[in-house]
Design a protein around this ligand. Structure first.
Ligand code: NAD
Ligand code: ZN
Ligand code: ZN
Length: 319
């Protein structure tokens, strides 16, 4: 049982989401590698059981969320500008520091999310990464009323991305390879769905006039290329997924002549997470999830990778 340092809290976990990033961490997919052994998980939600001597932001008994951004320096140009997610001294839960696949975890009290009353912890968990990441992506690409938004990959992130795009006023085209993911997209209000195994998404979306924004959440460089090709002139590609195969082909001529913007987007800030929880507390978002006990984690990684889970898989510590 770890004991909290001055700014830390000890959290008794209620729920912990399985993000595809945890699979990348397990496989060592990215240029920056984690250093095993470590505890994965950055969608942890639980109750503060003990607080360190300098903790003022939360108290024992509060429900908090442990996000990817475990901590940042608080004083660099990015932190000061409200871009703590770009801090070069940041730590990341379940990657550079131990995360939330645990009955108890330590977290920096200054960087935890505060989960409002009335938000189910099993739903708060996916919102802590999948929610905040896609909410931020929709914010930075500036989706608005009358925009056509192509969402590639209707998994943990994608099923929330399409809801934030719709909240911003956009009309959604959902693209996936699996029919059950597209059923979920239709239930969540997608105006159009494309099964990329059966139809060319670029053709379908260009026939609709082209997308104002395309958000790529599919773990495949080909999907990034299709997302790019589905844009209309002046459109924006949001790069969010992080496939092991780290490169896509980006045609210079088309990017220049069509005035395309390519925008990378990395998680979201504490303020973004507060907004995500507020929207959910107001009933404006739906979290699709299936629960498991942590004991099955190895099989669960494989089911998520095989695309067998609808929405998010959440470890339920009460079960
Ligand atoms: P997920 O496995 O839940 O969802 C991926 C979805 O993409 C699945 O529905 C799958 O069927 C679909 N898909 C796969 N190939 C496709 C293709 N060619 N075309 C269309 N759809 C396809 O994964 P997730 O947890 O939603 O994470 C998605 C990616 O986002 C991962 O790479 C993860 O590491 C990354 N991520 C990035 C950030 C960030 O801050 N940028 C944050 C969290 C996760
Ligand atoms: Zn994540
Ligand atoms: Zn900083």
């Amino acid at each position: 049982m770890p004991s909290p340092g001055p700014h830390e809290v000890l959290v008794r976990m209620e729920a912990s989401g399985l993000c595809h990033t945890d699979i990348h961490a397990w496989r060592g997919d990215w240029p920056v590698k984690p250093d095993p052994p470590f505890v994965p998980g950055h969608e942890g939600v639980g109750i503060v059981e003990a607080v360190g001597s300098d903790v003022t932001r939360v108290s024992e008994g509060d429900r908090v969320a442990i996000p990817w951004l475990a901590s940042a320096c608080g004083s660099c140009e990015h932190c000061v500008a409200g871009w703590e997610t770009l801090c070069e001294s940041q730590e990341n839960s379940g990657y550079s520091v131990d995360g939330a696949y645990a009955e108890h975890a330590l977290a920096d009290s200054r960087y935890v999310g505060v989960v409002p009353d009335g938000v189910n912890p099993l739903e708060a968990a996916p919102l802590t990464c999948a929610g905040v990441t896609t909410y931020k992506a929709v914010k930075v690409i500036g989706t608005g009323p009358s925009h056509l938004v192509a969402v590639f990959g209707i998994g943990g992130l994608g099923h929330l991305a399409m809801q934030y795009a719709q909240i911003a006023g956009g009309t959604v085209v959902a693209v996936d390879l699996a029919e059950d993911k597209l059923d979920l997209a239709r239930r969540l209000g997608a105006a159009y769905t494309v099964n990329a195994r059966e139809q060319d998404p670029v053709e379908v979306i260009q026939d609709l006039g082209g997308a104002d924004q395309a958000i790529c959440l599919a773990v495949s460089p080909r999907a990034f290329e299709q997302a790019f090709e589905s844009l209309k002139r002046g459109g924006t590609l949001a790069m969010v997924a992080l496939p092991a195969d780290n490169h896509m082909t980006l045609p210079i001529f088309e990017t220049v002549l069509k005035g395309i913007t390519v925008r990378g987007s990395i998680v979201g800030t504490r303020n973004d997470l507060t907004e995500v929880f507020d929207l959910h507390a107001q009933g404006k978002t739906t979290v699709e999830y299936a629960t498991r006990a942590l004991d099955t984690v190895n099989e669960d990684f494989e089911s998520v990778e095989a695309g067998e889970v609808s929405g998010r898989l959440v470890f339920d510590f009460a079960s």
